[in-house]
Design a protein around this ligand. Structure first.
Ligand code: PLP
Length: 387
């Protein structure tokens, strides 16, 4: 009988959790108004600023990534405000829905799923807005549903030129995986979540707020209570939270951020980049086609077309035979693609194992030769070795 419960998470979140972080989670909770907890809030906040490369406030919310994005929107905007939403996948689509739900007037800039948003379209719409009516540009950096990374640096430079509009950015699967220098790129609001590059289970989200974003909170009239960020900012002055935070997740956060500091930002980015290259190139060596545009591959996730093969059946076989969980396609892509997550606590070994499992499955289906399976591993190894 096969040994079960040796699950390997190769989905784009929740991601694998290091032993040290699991141990931190299992500690007995402490009082969230205690001095000990305040010390933790202080150190995690400083380390979050390091990770975001910013002097801005970075707030921790007990809630998932969507909570942080929604908080960014409802704290800085008012009913009827005009916003641009970038949409080239499931998450971009979600921000359009959220914006409409709160009565914002949405100008959609979209692009076909699998292709990046075109920065020039943002430039044009922002330039034409001579009356400065556009209050925010809302977009997703790494579009997890398709494996595309959008050119946030260029788009944010156009937002900065507009001067009045805020940038509200979903960096849920880019922060902690590739460079997101919040101050250098003048990003006003950046949202992320614990179950991704942070290497922690789900439950915490993070939001960085620039001074321009805080100024906008003074005018915002959208309803909010739990997600009223002003109360989080006020509490942070005494290294505290307005409500009871997920104390044990904060223990975990402290440990994970220390690990990240030890590894160093550059090394974290290099590791994700080599895993992206190893995964995408070895899958091509297996005759699989990437779903995303090759010049815009997300560092965190590789989406692959399966052609004649039912992607859901393929994923099922990999789960049953190897206990590796891959992600499926969403919406119209269900059954047509699978997605390999390589985000957070991912080791070269995980990449090799996933590629081997995919190759073996293709081999058993008669879709590739043993030589091709070997070639894919050789390709992966070259990229892993080179970095
Ligand atoms: C790009 C992106 N944005 C937002 C979210 C939503 O985050 P959560 O499920 O933590 O609310 C996800 C989750 O996968 C994501 O990948």
């Amino acid at each position: 009988m096969a040994i079960h419960k040796k699950l390997s998470l190769m989905i784009p979140g929740p991601t694998p959790v290091p032993e040290k972080v699991l141990q931190a989670l299992s500690k007995h909770p402490i009082g969230h108004r205690s001095k000990e907890f305040q010390t933790l809030v202080k150190s995690t906040t400083e380390n979050l600023q390091w990770l975001h490369q910013t002097q801005n406030d970075v707030l921790t919310i007990t809630g998932s990534g969507t909570a942080a994005m929604e908080a960014g929107i409802i704290n800085t905007l008012s009913k009827g405000d005009k916003v641009i939403c970038g949409e080239n996948g499931k998450f971009g689509e979600r921000w359009v829905k959220v914006a409409k739900e709160f009565g914002l007037e949405v100008i959609k800039i979209d692009s076909e799923w699998g292709t990046p948003l075109n920065p020039e379209k943002f430039k044009t719409v922002l330039k034409e807005d001579t009356k400065k009516e556009i209050k925010a540009v809302i977009l997703t950096h790494s579009e997890t549903s398709t494996g595309v990374i959008n050119d946030l640096e260029t788009i944010s430079s156009y937002i900065a030129e507009h001067d009045k509009a805020l940038s509200i950015v979903d960096c849920v699967t880019s922060l902690g995986a590739c460079n997101v220098p919040v101050d250098q790129w003048k990003l006003d609001i950046v949202a992320s979540g614990s179950q991704k590059g942070y290497m922690i289970p789900p439950g915490l989200s993070f939001i960085s707020m620039s001074e321009k974003a805080w100024a906008a909170t003074e005018k915002s009239n959208l309803p909010k209570f739990y997600l009223d960020l002003k109360s989080y900012r006020k509490s942070l002055l005494s290294n505290s939270n307005p409500y009871t935070p997920a104390v044990n997740l904060v223990f975990a956060l402290d440990e994970a951020l220390k690990m990240m500091r030890e590894e160093g930002l550059e090394n974290i980015f290099l590791r994700h980049n080599k895993h992206k290259l190893a995964m995408s190139n070895s899958l091509k060596a297996l005759n699989l086609q990437l779903f995303a545009n090759e010049n815009h591959l997300s560092p965190s996730i590789t989406a692959v077309k399966t052609g004649e093969i039912d992607a859901e059946e393929f994923r099922k076989a990999i789960k049953n035979n190897f206990d590796i969980l891959l992600a499926g396609g969403q919406d119209h892509l269900k059954g047509k693609i699978f997605r390999v997550g390589h985000l957070g606590y991912v080791h070269d070994r995980d990449i090799i194992t996933a590629i081997s499992a995919i190759s073996s499955t293709l081999l058993s289906l008669g879709n590739i030769s043993a030589q091709q399976a070997g070639k894919a591993l050789e390709v992966a190894y070259q990229y892993l070795e080179a970095n």
